[in-house]
Design a protein. Sequence first.
Length: 254
Amino acid sequence: MNKIDLNRVWDDARAMGAANKDLLAAIAGMFVLLPSVVGNMLIKAPTAATKDMPQAEAYQRLVQFYSDNWAVFVVLGLAVSFAVLTMLVLLLRPERLTVGESLKAAIVLLPGYFVASMLQGLGLGLGILLFILPGLYIFARLSLIAPVAAAEQCANPFEQLRRSFVLTRGNGWRVFMMLVILYVTAEIIQIVATTLTGLAGELLLPKDIANLLNSIVAGLVAAGLAAFLALLTAAIYRATTAPAPTPWLPGSGG
């Protein structure tokens, strides 16, 4: 397997983003931003821990937090998965489907992709329990399950995982490096943005309005991350499936 050209991948992702920015923004806003804002308002905050709290009690409170909010997390996960699939269908299908057709295609693919993403997360968790690096490597090797589903109309979660593993052969750590840059950048932006808005809200706004503002900022970061993740994985998919990838053009698909 040839090593993918990282510069070509970034250029391809930028070209796709520039040509589709309005559609991607609309999809991310509708299916990531809005659900994130509503979800953050519905999540029950955990009981604050104290310095002298026993570790067992802190763990119990964490478990209780996820137990209280699992339904919200599942719905948010489904919404983000649906948004990413829709964006990838728009970017990678050679027939260039309309937004409505892309939404319908994403609905069909969503169950299989969601199962595949859960298995990807399980692989990440088991790998991290071993020596951390195996988990990160597995995550990178399985990072193309969404573009595989979207571009190849593959609804079988196990085939999505297998195909991603095949496509990323020889490029696992390169893919990992690109994903780390994306996630770390998004995390830094979120920390800075929520810190600034939190301070401003605390000083200038009522508590409820300040919390809503923080939720909107967090939702905007999540929407941006979903869009950039779709662009990056689409570009990686194109680089691993084309003998000599060319810059993305409308109608070029995968």
